[in-house]
Design a protein around this ligand. Structure first.
Ligand code: GRF
Length: 191
Protein backbone atom coordinates (compact mmCIF):
# COMPACT_ATOMS: atom_id res chain seq x y z
CA UNK A 1 0.00 0.00 0.00
CA UNK A 2 1.32 3.46 -0.93
CA UNK A 3 2.52 5.44 2.06
CA UNK A 4 1.39 9.03 1.94
CA UNK A 5 2.53 12.12 3.86
CA UNK A 6 0.62 15.41 3.82
CA UNK A 7 2.33 18.76 4.48
CA UNK A 8 0.18 21.68 5.68
CA UNK A 9 0.63 25.00 7.48
CA UNK A 10 -2.82 26.20 8.45
CA UNK A 11 -6.48 25.27 8.52
CA UNK A 12 -6.13 21.83 7.03
CA UNK A 13 -9.47 21.40 5.29
CA UNK A 14 -7.76 19.56 2.43
CA UNK A 15 -5.81 17.47 4.92
CA UNK A 16 -9.06 16.61 6.67
CA UNK A 17 -10.70 15.39 3.46
CA UNK A 18 -7.62 13.35 2.50
CA UNK A 19 -7.45 11.78 5.98
CA UNK A 20 -11.16 10.94 5.99
CA UNK A 21 -11.06 9.53 2.46
CA UNK A 22 -8.12 7.31 3.47
CA UNK A 23 -9.99 6.24 6.62
CA UNK A 24 -13.10 5.30 4.62
CA UNK A 25 -10.98 3.16 2.29
CA UNK A 26 -11.96 5.21 -0.75
CA UNK A 27 -8.39 6.51 -1.14
CA UNK A 28 -6.21 3.43 -1.06
CA UNK A 29 -3.16 4.69 0.80
CA UNK A 30 -1.72 4.66 4.27
CA UNK A 31 -1.51 8.19 5.70
CA UNK A 32 1.64 7.86 7.77
CA UNK A 33 2.57 11.46 8.61
CA UNK A 34 1.32 15.03 8.68
CA UNK A 35 4.13 17.59 8.53
CA UNK A 36 3.43 21.12 9.77
CA UNK A 37 5.83 24.08 9.90
CA UNK A 38 3.56 26.21 12.12
CA UNK A 39 3.50 25.13 15.74
CA UNK A 40 -0.08 25.02 16.99
CA UNK A 41 -1.74 25.42 13.56
CA UNK A 42 -5.33 24.08 13.47
CA UNK A 43 -4.29 21.24 11.14
CA UNK A 44 -2.16 19.74 13.94
CA UNK A 45 -5.20 19.15 16.14
CA UNK A 46 -7.08 17.68 13.16
CA UNK A 47 -4.30 15.13 12.65
CA UNK A 48 -3.94 14.26 16.34
CA UNK A 49 -7.70 13.77 16.70
CA UNK A 50 -7.52 11.20 13.93
CA UNK A 51 -4.53 9.45 15.45
CA UNK A 52 -2.19 10.42 12.62
CA UNK A 53 1.49 10.92 13.38
CA UNK A 54 2.45 14.61 13.42
CA UNK A 55 5.80 16.21 12.72
CA UNK A 56 5.40 19.78 13.98
CA UNK A 57 8.47 22.01 13.83
CA UNK A 58 9.55 25.62 13.92
CA UNK A 59 11.82 26.46 10.95
CA UNK A 60 13.43 29.22 13.03
CA UNK A 61 14.90 26.59 15.36
CA UNK A 62 17.13 25.38 12.53
CA UNK A 63 20.25 27.03 11.11
CA UNK A 64 19.07 26.66 7.52
CA UNK A 65 16.36 25.30 5.26
CA UNK A 66 18.73 22.48 4.23
CA UNK A 67 18.99 21.50 7.89
CA UNK A 68 15.25 21.26 8.59
CA UNK A 69 14.56 19.64 5.24
CA UNK A 70 17.15 16.97 6.11
CA UNK A 71 15.28 16.41 9.39
CA UNK A 72 11.97 16.06 7.48
CA UNK A 73 13.49 13.69 4.90
CA UNK A 74 14.84 11.49 7.70
CA UNK A 75 11.34 11.28 9.25
CA UNK A 76 9.79 10.49 5.86
CA UNK A 77 12.36 7.81 5.10
CA UNK A 78 11.91 6.26 8.53
CA UNK A 79 8.24 5.75 7.61
CA UNK A 80 9.06 4.69 4.02
CA UNK A 81 6.90 7.46 2.53
CA UNK A 82 6.23 7.00 -1.20
CA UNK A 83 4.20 10.10 -2.02
CA UNK A 84 3.94 13.62 -0.57
CA UNK A 85 0.86 15.84 -0.93
CA UNK A 86 1.30 19.52 -0.09
CA UNK A 87 -2.01 20.94 1.10
CA UNK A 88 -1.59 24.57 2.07
CA UNK A 89 2.11 24.15 2.97
CA UNK A 90 3.39 27.70 2.69
CA UNK A 91 7.07 27.04 1.98
CA UNK A 92 9.11 26.57 -1.16
CA UNK A 93 10.89 23.21 -1.19
CA UNK A 94 14.60 23.16 -1.82
CA UNK A 95 17.06 20.61 -3.10
CA UNK A 96 17.28 18.43 0.01
CA UNK A 97 13.56 17.59 -0.21
CA UNK A 98 13.27 17.73 -3.99
CA UNK A 99 16.17 15.39 -4.72
CA UNK A 100 14.99 12.85 -2.15
CA UNK A 101 11.42 12.78 -3.51
CA UNK A 102 11.78 13.86 -7.13
CA UNK A 103 8.55 13.39 -9.07
CA UNK A 104 6.74 12.21 -5.96
CA UNK A 105 5.62 15.55 -4.50
CA UNK A 106 2.36 17.18 -5.58
CA UNK A 107 0.64 20.42 -4.61
CA UNK A 108 -2.84 21.91 -4.84
CA UNK A 109 -3.25 25.55 -5.80
CA UNK A 110 -6.48 27.61 -5.87
CA UNK A 111 -6.17 29.02 -9.39
CA UNK A 112 -5.89 27.85 -12.97
CA UNK A 113 -2.10 27.87 -13.19
CA UNK A 114 -0.02 29.41 -14.63
CA UNK A 115 -2.34 32.30 -13.76
CA UNK A 116 -2.15 33.68 -10.22
CA UNK A 117 0.82 31.90 -8.72
CA UNK A 118 1.81 32.53 -5.12
CA UNK A 119 -0.14 33.81 -2.16
CA UNK A 120 -3.81 34.85 -2.15
CA UNK A 121 -4.47 33.39 -5.59
CA UNK A 122 -8.25 33.67 -5.11
CA UNK A 123 -7.95 37.36 -4.14
CA UNK A 124 -5.62 38.01 -7.09
CA UNK A 125 -8.13 36.43 -9.51
CA UNK A 126 -11.07 38.34 -8.04
CA UNK A 127 -9.22 41.65 -8.24
CA UNK A 128 -8.38 40.91 -11.87
CA UNK A 129 -12.05 40.28 -12.58
CA UNK A 130 -11.56 36.90 -14.24
CA UNK A 131 -14.74 35.14 -15.35
CA UNK A 132 -13.39 31.60 -15.15
CA UNK A 133 -11.59 30.38 -12.05
CA UNK A 134 -10.48 27.02 -10.80
CA UNK A 135 -8.05 24.69 -9.08
CA UNK A 136 -4.78 23.08 -10.19
CA UNK A 137 -2.89 20.05 -8.96
CA UNK A 138 0.72 19.94 -10.09
CA UNK A 139 4.08 18.34 -9.46
CA UNK A 140 6.37 20.37 -7.23
CA UNK A 141 9.66 21.73 -8.50
CA UNK A 142 12.01 24.40 -7.16
CA UNK A 143 9.78 27.28 -8.29
CA UNK A 144 6.61 28.66 -6.80
CA UNK A 145 3.55 26.83 -8.17
CA UNK A 146 5.50 26.16 -11.36
CA UNK A 147 5.71 22.37 -11.76
CA UNK A 148 4.03 20.30 -14.47
CA UNK A 149 0.24 20.27 -14.25
CA UNK A 150 -1.52 17.00 -13.41
CA UNK A 151 -5.17 18.07 -13.14
CA UNK A 152 -7.32 21.19 -13.34
CA UNK A 153 -10.96 22.00 -12.83
CA UNK A 154 -12.60 25.28 -13.77
CA UNK A 155 -15.88 27.01 -12.96
CA UNK A 156 -17.64 30.09 -14.28
CA UNK A 157 -17.78 33.09 -11.98
CA UNK A 158 -21.41 34.22 -12.04
CA UNK A 159 -22.06 37.94 -11.72
CA UNK A 160 -22.81 38.96 -8.17
CA UNK A 161 -20.91 36.08 -6.56
CA UNK A 162 -19.35 37.30 -3.30
CA UNK A 163 -15.74 36.69 -2.29
CA UNK A 164 -17.00 34.15 0.27
CA UNK A 165 -19.11 32.31 -2.30
CA UNK A 166 -16.17 32.13 -4.69
CA UNK A 167 -13.87 30.83 -1.93
CA UNK A 168 -16.41 28.20 -0.94
CA UNK A 169 -16.72 27.08 -4.55
CA UNK A 170 -12.91 26.84 -4.93
CA UNK A 171 -12.53 24.83 -1.73
CA UNK A 172 -15.43 22.56 -2.67
CA UNK A 173 -13.66 21.74 -5.95
CA UNK A 174 -10.33 21.28 -4.16
CA UNK A 175 -11.76 18.78 -1.73
CA UNK A 176 -13.02 16.51 -4.51
CA UNK A 177 -10.24 17.00 -7.05
CA UNK A 178 -7.35 16.33 -4.65
CA UNK A 179 -8.47 12.90 -3.48
CA UNK A 180 -9.55 11.93 -7.01
CA UNK A 181 -6.15 12.93 -8.42
CA UNK A 182 -4.21 11.27 -5.61
CA UNK A 183 -6.16 8.05 -6.21
CA UNK A 184 -5.25 8.12 -9.88
CA UNK A 185 -1.57 8.84 -9.17
CA UNK A 186 -1.40 6.03 -6.65
CA UNK A 187 -3.01 3.60 -9.10
CA UNK A 188 -0.41 4.59 -11.70
CA UNK A 189 2.46 4.27 -9.20
CA UNK A 190 1.30 0.82 -8.16
CA UNK A 191 0.66 -0.46 -11.71
C1 GRF B 1 -5.96 25.73 -0.34
O1 GRF B 1 -6.71 26.71 -0.99
C2 GRF B 1 -4.86 25.22 -1.24
O2 GRF B 1 -5.19 25.23 -2.59
C3 GRF B 1 -3.76 26.22 -0.98
O3 GRF B 1 -3.85 26.49 0.40
C4 GRF B 1 -5.20 26.31 0.84
C5 GRF B 1 -5.16 25.39 2.01
O4 GRF B 1 -6.41 25.29 2.63
N1 GRF B 1 -2.49 25.69 -1.39
P1 GRF B 1 -6.65 24.23 3.79
O5 GRF B 1 -5.60 24.49 4.87
O6 GRF B 1 -6.50 22.86 3.19
O7 GRF B 1 -8.02 24.50 4.30
Amino acid sequence: MTKLAVFASGTGSNFEVIADTVASGELKAELVLMVCDVVGAPVVEKARKRGIDVLEFNPKSYASKAEYEAMIVAELQKREVDLIALAGYMRILRDTMLSAYEGRIVNIHPSLLPAFMGKDAIGQAIRYGVKVMGVTIHYVDSGMDSGKIIAQEAFKVESGMSHEEIEARVHGIEHKLYTKTLSKLIEEMEA
